[in-house]
Design a protein around this ligand. Structure first.
Ligand code: NAD
Ligand code: GLY
Length: 368
């Protein structure tokens, strides 16, 4: 029989002096002493939200050593709260507590809390330490790793932000037990993304194991999280600030961000929008002669098996898509740059999509 400790894994994000570990396994939240080596001093500010505080905050605090000064900020829940105003609340709490440059912020939550906490840490007194305790599948496989932090602007997703790496990522896989099924599916979109962009074997493994993942089988989930984090850690180590290969992690995101921005933050989950975006990217790749029909069908089927939407919002015209996509951060010199698939498991950045091809795709793609 496997013990809890045997089930734990550690990976490293190799960034020289700023390298940090990703610990993965059950029960990590109840083992908060593990945080100690990553604290810059004795001041700890936990940032979480109104959904997670009743579930996990006291458990986390109970495990922290008595000599620490621990404070908390509990923000409202939701993508629509991922704003500069929420980050200001974190800064207010830090100043009110009299916390100095040796304080550490601890993000207890999904990608929204993680992105905002990281940004608050990047700016507070020109940069303080932070640790990620991600509690959604999406944040465990993607957003907690790699140091992209920030907030949304009414005109565009994640338009205000900074690269600021955490000191450690502690992934307690037990937290997924309380995650709503729709949120689990949204996380699976980012897991599928790794298979599509870089690892065809992993994609085949996901096709075979999707039912176990949706059924919260602990060992299968841990395997998926570990492989995803390994792929992300490799990419971040190669290209921390997205000068090249890291852009591939944005497969489906240009279309997806357009959906999120157009629909109003929070109506579509980020992972749901990315899932539809990946299907659009696969179909576009087929129209450019790269993917076969069979490969597009496999992409659609694996997204369907993860219970992700396969159609775009009914009230979104091709012009709506294009107007928002033109603001995408990847674009250079006004050229639309998209991540597309040469094959399953092999992505590329492409800026020569003929506008008629893109327009026809957006006109004919299913709506719901
Ligand atoms: P989220 O943070 O909004 O969490 C989803 C919902 O689940 C929330 O209502 C949250 O309160 C709840 N929740 C979280 N953990 C729970 C648990 N264990 N039990 C019960 N409920 C729980 O959304 P998300 O999907 O985690 O993250 C999406 C955000 O991440 C987006 O803003 C996206 O832009 C960002 N993101 C960032 C990166 C990056 O590299 N920084 C990468 C991908 C996505
Ligand atoms: N989620 C995209 C990135 O971290 O680069």
């Amino acid at each position: 029989m496997t013990s809890t400790l045997d089930a734990r894994r550690t990976l490293t994000v190799a960034l020289g002096e700023r390298s940090y570990p990703i610990h993965i396994g059950p029960g990590l939240l109840d083992d908060a002493r593990r945080l100690r080596p990553y604290l810059a001093g004795r001041q700890v500010m936990i940032v979480t939200n109104e959904t997670l505080a009743p579930l996990y905050l006291e458990r986390l605090k109970a495990g922290l050593d008595d000599d620490l000064t621990v404070r908390e900020v509990v923000l409202p829940d939701g993508e629509s709260t991922k704003t500069l105003a929420s980050v200001e609340r974190i800064w207010d709490a830090l100043l009110e507590a009299g916390f100095n440059r040796r304080c550490t912020l601890v993000a207890l939550g999904g990608g929204v809390i993680g992105d905002m906490t990281g940004y608050a840490a990047a700016c507070y007194q020109r940069g303080v330490a932070f640790v990620q305790l991600p509690t959604t599948l999406l944040s465990q496989v993607d957003s907690s790793v790699g140091g992209k932090t920030g907030v949304n602007h009414p005109r565009g997703k994640n338009m205000i932000g900074a690269f600021w790496q955490p000191r450690a990522v502690l992934i307690d896989t037990d937290t997924l037990a309380t995650l709503p099924a729709r949120e689990l599916s949204a996380g699976l979109a980012e897991v599928i993304k790794y298979g599509l962009i870089r690892d065809a074997d992993f994609l085949a493994w996901l096709e075979a194991n999707m039912a176990a993942l949706r059924g919260l089988d602990a060992a299968t989930l841990t395997q998926a999280i570990e492989r995803s984090c390994r792929l992300k850690a490799e990419i971040v180590a190669e290209d921390e600030t997205e000068q090249g290969v890291r852009a591939l992690l944005n497969l489906g995101h240009t279309f997806g961000h357009a959906i999120e921005t157009h629909q109003g933050y929070g109506r579509w989950l980020h992972g749901e929008a990315v899932g539809v975006g990946m299907l659009l990217a696969a179909e576009l790749s087929q129209r450019l002669g790269w993917l076969s029909q069979d490969e597009v069908a496999r992409t659609r089927a694996v997204l369907a098996a993860a219970a992700l939407p396969l159609a775009a919002p009914g009230d979104m015209t091709p012009e709506d898509f294009l107007a928002i996509m033109r603001l995408d951060k990847k674009n250079l010199d006004e050229r639309l740059r998209l991540i597309l698939l040469r094959r399953l498991g092999d992505a590329c950045l492409y800026d020569e999509t003929p506008s008629e091809t893109l327009m026809t795709l957006l006109e004919t793609f299913p709506r719901r």
